[in-house]
Design a protein around this ligand. Structure first.
Ligand code: SF4
Length: 598
């Protein structure tokens, strides 16, 4: 994902707590006897407080433990050099014959390499022994980062689960439970050949051209050349917080999913493409999941607000209100702030909200297909402040295709106007509001129309034109300098920037191939920087991050098939330069990208 937009940051986490203390504070933990059950370790490649905030990780934990024939225990990256022990029983990772990994963000990739080094589990799948057993486990990996582009992690993983967990895990478990499942390679071959959504990278060889660029895959005989990504069509109960603890970022919040994906088609956004078609769950499924909320939690966070219609939102809000709960949203679309929503916000006593202009100017918001006008944003600031808001958070990306100094100047002026509007209302009520701006470098992601674009470049590069990482970073840093200078003396305004070097590494990982696994291992093993590790492997940033891809470029992430036509993504990329709008998804009528079929 381009960034983590969080509903709340109320971490009460204390890293000094022991495993038993953590367990004692949890609700929803599964504690099962090991005897006679298949043992699965579920690893989140970050610390406890981060992993426990991840709804996908929690969903997999519940889905696995719902099966009485197995026991699934959680593993996290330790806070220091302690061994990796399961939260539930304190057993080492090496005791589990099956390790599941749930990974959502590129910045956690190096933690996966650290996990192998810390646990003594062989990091490279092709070197693991024939027999699946404790210490020599089957390593299975899923999560949105892997169905965007599994390749940088491919050498570590026996089997990728390519898509959403609900339809795929039952198929996999049938094989894992079977005492006659065969040896490692037999099992991997069968799953990859006979079922959609399973990818065993050791069965696919990669080839590179004489410039070191990815060229193609060769698969073992009898296997498909691409892996279909599998999605959940419908559900009786939408995904929600399963495990609750004060020791996480969402300490007092019950998260509930309204749907998956997004219908808007913003050209930079992975979620709007790799979860196609966008799905909004039935109101009954959402209400059912809300009814599973423990009585002690009275704040509800709704995820997927972009798609829900007014009537259903009111039904859900009434249901939450009648239970005496308040509401929280990760971010709101500035052009969808209705009177009813404002009433809800007032009733929920919400003091802080995020909206995401994303592009600095109205023109740039057309380029990225965000379609938010200055009028929408000013009106949102006014209405939200009148409804009692004290802190408005704005998300901005810099380094978007076609961005110029004039776009950033327009953003500075827009914030000044918003501030004026908010202060006028604040003065009347006796308390001024604050604006906080979070600025992130634009990261071109696979499966989006901007997957072709060089990091840090304003325009499209001509054939043969080179663009260095150094130049890309200079561009981004100049933008940061300008914004810092423009905003820093302004009272009641805070601005925060990501680290452009880390953003560059994120692009390398997002668009990388399987040669990066050794880079990650070297970083984890010798503590060298990512740039040193890249160089040691004879690779460079230009291969992955700052080059211009064209319509015929071979893309390592094309191993996954999301059913989106290449031509559609390329056309959308070209439309962005003409600032052309693309309408939101209408799954009944639209057939333009290839995902929805009659
Ligand atoms: S076919 Fe149309 S409605 Fe369906 S996912 Fe693609 S753009 Fe959206």
């Amino acid at each position: 994902m381009n960034r983590k937009r969080q509903v709340s940051r109320q971490s009460a986490y204390n890293p000094a707590l022991s495993r038993k203390d953590l367990l004692a504070r949890e609700r929803g933990t599964y504690l099962k006897k090991w005897t006679g059950r298949l043992l699965v370790g579920l690893f989140y490649p970050n610390h406890y407080r981060v992993g426990m905030s991840n709804l996908g990780f929690q969903l997999v934990y519940r889905l696995l433990n719902d099966d009485e024939t197995l026991v699934c225990e959680r593993l996290f990256l330790p806070e220091s050099t302690e061994p990796v022990l399961s939260v539930e029983s304190g057993r080492p990772a090496g005791d589990f014959p099956v390790i599941f990994i749930s990974i959502s963000f590129e910045h956690d990739y190096v933690n996966l390499a650290r996990f192998f080094l810390a646990t003594g589990i062989e990091p490279l799948a092709q070197r693991r022994g024939k027999t699946i057993e404790p210490g020599n486990p089957l390593v299975v990996c899923g999560g949105v980062a892997t169905f965007m582009n599994p390749e940088p992690l491919a050498p570590f993983i026996d089997l990728f689960v390519v898509g959403e967990a609900e339809p795929l895990l039952p198929v996999l478990l049938t094989y894992l439970r079977d005492d006659n499942r065969g040896d490692r390679q037999e099992l991997l071959y069968t799953l990859n050949r006979d079922h959609q959504g399973f990818y065993a990278p050791t069965l696919y060889q990669t080839h590179y051209d004489d410039q070191g660029r990815f060229e193609r895959f060769d698969q073992a005989p009898g296997l498909a050349d691409r892996i279909d990504r599998i999605g959940l069509e419908t559900t009786d109960s939408s995904a929600h917080s399963e495990l609750l603890t004060p020791e996480t970022e969402f300490a007092d919040l019950y998260l509930t999913e309204l749907g998956r994906g997004c219908s808007r088609g913003c050209r930079f956004c992975t979620a709007g493409f790799v979860y196609r078609p966008p799905r909004l769950w039935d109101v009954e499924a959402i209400l059912k999941s809300l009814d599973e909320r423990p009585d002690t939690i009275s704040r509800v966070g709704l995820l997927g607000m972009e798609m829900i219609n007014r009537e259903n939102l009111e039904l859900i809000a009434d249901h939450i209100g009648s239970d005496g709960c308040s509401l929280s949203f990760s971010s709101l679309r500035a052009d969808k702030i209705s009177d009813n929503l404002l009433k809800l916000l007032r009733d929920s006593n919400l003091k802080s909200i995020a909206i995401a202009p994303d592009g600095a100017s109205e023109r740039l918001r057309r380029v990225i297909n965000k379609q938010l006008t200055e009028k929408d944003l000013l009106s949102a600031a006014e209405k939200l402040t009148e409804a009692g808001l004290y802190r408005l958070k704005l998300y901005l990306m810099i380094g978007l295709p076609t961005e110029t100094d004039a776009d950033l100047e327009e953003f500075v002026a827009l914030v000044q106007h918003m501030r004026d509007v908010m202060h006028r209302i604040g003065r009347e009520r006796g308390r001024l509001s604050e604006i906080s701006i979070s600025v992130n470098s634009f990261v071109p992601k696979p499966w989006t129309p901007f997957q072709y674009h060089p990091f840090g470049a304003s325009g499209k590069l001509g054939s043969g034109e080179t663009f260095t990482a150094r130049k890309a970073l200079q561009n981004i840093k100049a933008k940061i300098k300008y914004l810092r200078k423009s905003f820093c003396p302004v009272p009641n305004l805070r601005i925060k920037f990501d680290n452009p070097d880390q953003a560059l590494f994120q692009v390398v990982l997002a668009r990388g191939d399987r040669r990066l696994a050794q880079v990650l291992l070297n970083m984890a093993d010798s503590g060298i920087s990512w740039k040193q590790a890249l160089k040691r492997q004879g690779l460079n940033e230009q291969l992955f991050a700052t080059r211009q891809y064209d319509q015929t470029s071979s893309l390592p992430w094309s191993i996954v098939d999301h059913s989106i036509h290449d031509q559609y993504l390329w056309d959308e990329y070209r439309r962005s330069f003409k600032e052309k709008a693309t309408l939101p998804c209408d799954t009944e009528l639209c057939r333009r990208c290839g995902v929805c079929i009659d």
